[in-house]
Design a protein around this ligand. Structure first.
Ligand SMILES: Cc1cc2nc3c(=O)[nH]c(=O)nc-3n(C[C@H](O)[C@H](O)[C@H](O)COP(=O)(O)OP(=O)(O)OC[C@H]3O[C@@H](n4cnc5c(N)ncnc54)[C@H](O)[C@@H]3O)c2cc1C
Length: 809
């Protein structure tokens, strides 16, 4: 066995082999895969082998589409058959909501170039002849689906990787990992030690155990999964003969099942409600190529529906039942990328659809390792989207929930209950008492909206405007006309200190840093000049900065900060997490309210827009920012959690005669929309440049050096390729939700990033991107909402306070 390699990939399932192949394709040939048993020995060998391109996250869908397009290349290079059967797939809708969901899915796929379309139930019979028509309303047709031979495909990746110079050691178990002071690794196996620069965890069913070797608890859990293979069904053969093709793939949401042809029979797999975790604490190393005991009772309720929907299957004999485990992350998407807090330790696990996603995972990870960037927007599968709050038990609850919802619709206003409440602030009970409907924000309970007295504090889930519409309107109006208070605990907050703090921070941020006592909005770019963060930064002292950013991106950002921090100890960065939480007061009467609570002079002259102060507010020591996301006069007041209740009670007491009103996250997002403010991971993502995103004011090209500056200069010189636009939509009772296609002059050219109803300005609003070459002030705009093209018009200025007088008053 070789004793050195540039990269060691642990795990010879489809994912590890794909990573290995892609690394060689990128030109790294000194790469080695170590597999404790034979290739495919984890979950890979017993997979049903289906593949498809659709995914709720369009960026993940794009990588799935890449995976599907890869197989022919792989067969060509390796000479090994993947056993490809390309056959169209259909998704069947049995309720009006599912029909809307399918229309939305087709629309979302348009700008990705997906060829999906809505077809009638009659037309669906051309692909799947067993449908009992009366149960269905329509279907989505995806021509790019199929199934393959899981083992053949894994060996094809492995063979292609070997041809590129990779080595593969089977029957070799990685027993532990040691990091040397220079950041390189010693991979200790039962057959000796391999020294390498990078380690990739593609341990599949054992990914948790491999993570634990470096002290990381990855949020993955295996679930048992069953599918049946039927005996030959005469009608299958008859269809093949008469139609001259295989029976297509089917997803039946109602029966929570997928079906496809296998030989002259069918495969029927079920994502049942009573899903069962497998080895929730430790995966036994002794587990090999064996199957679990089938439990047909568990899937009986789904089978009953499936047999009603497809009666031909009811009489088919069952040839075999496969019950095997495979892993999921809490949201069902993979965990990919460098693991924060560890050097050169990469994750490629939690891949629940190895044959739809494995290629994309390999491509993104190899780009990341070789070029320093995944090359795509892979936030939806970045391992950094989870934090230390995703404990084993939380993961267990969420994975079970996700499994049971595999074929369920997630409505835009739907919050999922499993594992909650997890993190709560001291105001949690107080908000609930006042009718708050809570949502989950990166594991933390956050008030979304407040149900008026006498109404139920619960979302009626829908794609349309729902029961929160009127209460949110009232909250928005209360802010704009008087004063409102909202909790803003769910931000990421950091303190940066030390003699090197200013130089380091300045080297990351496109905007010049603020002077002491001032705030500055600062985008952050990667080396390719794409947006990887936007922060509000305060200079709190000569060598001390406070910084606020997106809560969900805290691990993502810490990973970047750790990579760029000077090694001489001249700078420290500390995330506050829940040790600093806040309340924001906003609206024209917010100054009067703040003045009642502090001895400091907070007049417009003494405490200006974008000022930062440390002051006492209502007997509590606080950091106060004169800025709010509402785009109105307002303040963010940050305190230690033990003081938050005191602060809130004081605000409510002092603001009573000013009509102070609670407002939630949804109202906040509506208010920011009226100002055309962007949000992280919607308008600002690593696929956009700062000039494309319209952040020109915050990007200095002639003042200081920072990462990504050369690329930003080039973007400016060449002209941004995309343009972020703001639109007023002629919506009916459904506003945009994000990812809808934008049509210009009858062609899909762009997509919506976010939007909703602007309750104060009484307009349906949307933000999105189109290619700059399509941008014309008089362009004919439409947005496809739930399958219907609604007229839209370009809005150049924010509809609320276009001159920004309110923020500055
Ligand atoms: C019943 C069933 C049906 C499925 N159907 C489909 C389907 O139709 N389509 C689809 O896309 N997906 C399907 N899947 C899921 C699919 O199998 C997985 O997505 C895929 O196998 C994940 O591959 P992996 O490489 O991540 O993990 P694994 O296949 O588990 O591979 C991990 C490998 O790492 C090795 N390993 C772990 N630790 C060590 C160590 N310390 N040292 C050395 N080696 C180690 C293991 O031996 C194993 O071979 C199905 C799964 C099941 C169970």
């Amino acid at each position: 066995m070789k004793t050195t390699a540039r990269v060691v990939v642990i795990g010879g399932g489809v994912v590890g082999c794909s990573v290995l192949y892609h690394l060689t394709k990128k030109g790294w040939s000194d790469v080695m895969l170590i597999e404790r048993d034979q290739l495919t020995s984890g979950s890979t060998w017993h997979a049903a082998g289906g593949f498809h391109t659709l995914n709720g996250d369009p960026n993940v869908a794009m990588l799935q589409s890449y995976t599907v397009s890869l197989y022919e290349e792989l067969e060509r290079i390796s000479g090994q058959s993947c056993g490809l059967h390309k056959s169209p797939g259909i998704m069947l809708a049995d309720t009006p909501e599912r029909m809307e969901f399918l229309k939305m899915t087709v629309a979302r796929g348009r700008y990705l170039g997906m060829e999906t379309e809505i077809i009638s139930v009659k037309e669906a019979l051309n692909y799947f002849p067993f449908i009992e028509e009366k149960y269905f309303l329509g279907a989505l047709l995806d021509p790019n689906e199929g199934h393959l031979d899981p083992s053949g495909t894994t060996y094809a990746y492995a063979k292609a990787a070997r041809l590129g110079g990779a080595t593969i050691e089977v029957q070799t178990k990685v027993e532990s990992l040691e990091q040397k002071p220079d950041g390189t690794w010693r991979v200790i196996t039962n057959k000796g030690v391999v020294e390498c620069e990078h380690v990739v965890n593609a341990g599949g069913l054992w990914a948790r155990e491999v993570g634990r070797m470096v002290g990381v608890e990855l949020p993955v859990l295996a679930m048992e999964h069953m599918y049946l293979v039927t005996d030959d069904i005469p009608e299958v053969e008859a269809f093949n003969k008469s139609a001259g093709k295989e029976i297509g793939h089917v997803i039946d949401f109602g029966a929570e099942s997928y079906l496809r042809q296998e030989g002259k029979g069918m495969v029927l797999g079920v994502y049942e409600q009573a899903g069962k975790p497998w080895s929730p604490k430790n995966t036994p190393w002794s587990f090999g190529q064996e199957l679990l005991q089938p439990d047909l009772d568990r899937i009986a309720p789904s089978l009953e529906i499936a047999f009603k929907h497809f009666p031909t299957l009811e009489n088919a004999g069952i040839k075999r039942v496969i019950n095997g485990p495979f892993t999921f992350a809490p949201d069902g998407n993979p965990l990919v990328g460098p693991v924060q807090g560890r050097t050169n330790f990469w994750s490629a696990c939690g891949v629940m659809a190895g044959f739809s996603q494995g290629g994309g995972v390999g491509l993104a990870l190899s780009n990341w390792m070789v070029d320093g960037d995944p090359g795509f927007d892979i936030w939806g599968m970045d391992v950094a989207r989870y934090g230390d709050w995703t404990t084993r038990n939380y993961t267990n609850a969420k994975v079970r929930e996700n499994y049971s919802r595999r074929f369920r619709i997630r409505f835009p206003n739907e919050e999922l209950p499993a594992g909650r409440p997890l993190q709560t602030t001291p105001l949690y009970d107080k908000f609930i008492e006042q009718g708050a409907v809570m949502g989950d924000s990166w594991g933390m309970e956050t008030p979304l909206w407040f149900a008026p007295k006498g109404t139920e504090a619960k979302d009626i889930v829908s794609f349309h405007r729902s029961n929160d519409f009127e209460p949110i309107k009232a909250e928005c109006k209360a802010v704009r006309n008087g004063v409102g208070v909202t909790e803003v605990a769910n931000f990421a907050k950091y303190e940066i200190k030390g003699p090197g703090a200013e130089a380091w921070l300045q080297g990351l941020m496109t905007n010049t840093l603020p002077k002491i006592g001032r705030l500055q909005l600062c985008p952050m770019l990667n080396h390719n000049g794409k947006i990887i963060g936007d922060f509000t930064i305060a200079k709190a002292g000569e060598e001390r900065f406070m910084m606020w950013g997106s809560s969900q991106a805290q691990v993502y950002h810490m990973r970047w900060f750790e990579q760029t921090l000077p090694t001489d100890g001249s700078v420290t960065i500390t995330p506050f997490g829940m040790k600093l939480i806040g309340l924001s007061i906003a609206g024209p009467k917010s100054r009067e309210l703040l003045q009642r609570l502090t001895d400091d002079d907070v007049s417009g002259e003494a405490f200006k827009f974008m000022d930062y102060r440390e002051m006492e507010v209502a007997t509590v020591r606080a950091h106060v920012n004169r800025v709010t996301y509402t785009g109105d006069l307002g303040y963010e007041i940050w305190v230690a959690p033990e003081y938050q209740r005191r602060l809130y009670e004081s605000i409510m007491e002092a603001g009573a005669d000013l009509g102070i009103t609670n407002f939630g996250m949804r109202a906040l997002l509506c208010l920011r929309l009226e100002k055309n403010f962007g949000t992280w991971f919607r308008e600002f993502r690593p696929i956009y440049g700062p000039f494309e995103a319209g952040l020109d004011r915050f990007v200095k090209l002639d003042k200081h050096e920072y990462i990504g500056k050369a690329a930003a200069i080039k973007e400016k010189a060449d002209g941004p390729k995309k343009t972020r636009i703001f639109m007023v939509v002629d919506a009916l009772d459904c506003d945009v939700m994000g990812d809808e296609p934008i049509w210009v002059d009858g062609k899909v050219v762009g997509w919506v990033t976010s939007g909703g109803y602007g309750h104060y300005v009484e307009q349906s609003l949307a933000q999105g991107y189109i290619p700059t070459e399509c941008f014309k002030p008089d362009m004919n705009l439409e947005i496809e909402i739930l399958g219907e093209r609604r007229p839209a018009r370009l809005q150049m200025d924010p509809p609320f306070d276009p001159e920004a007088k309110r923020m500055r008053m």
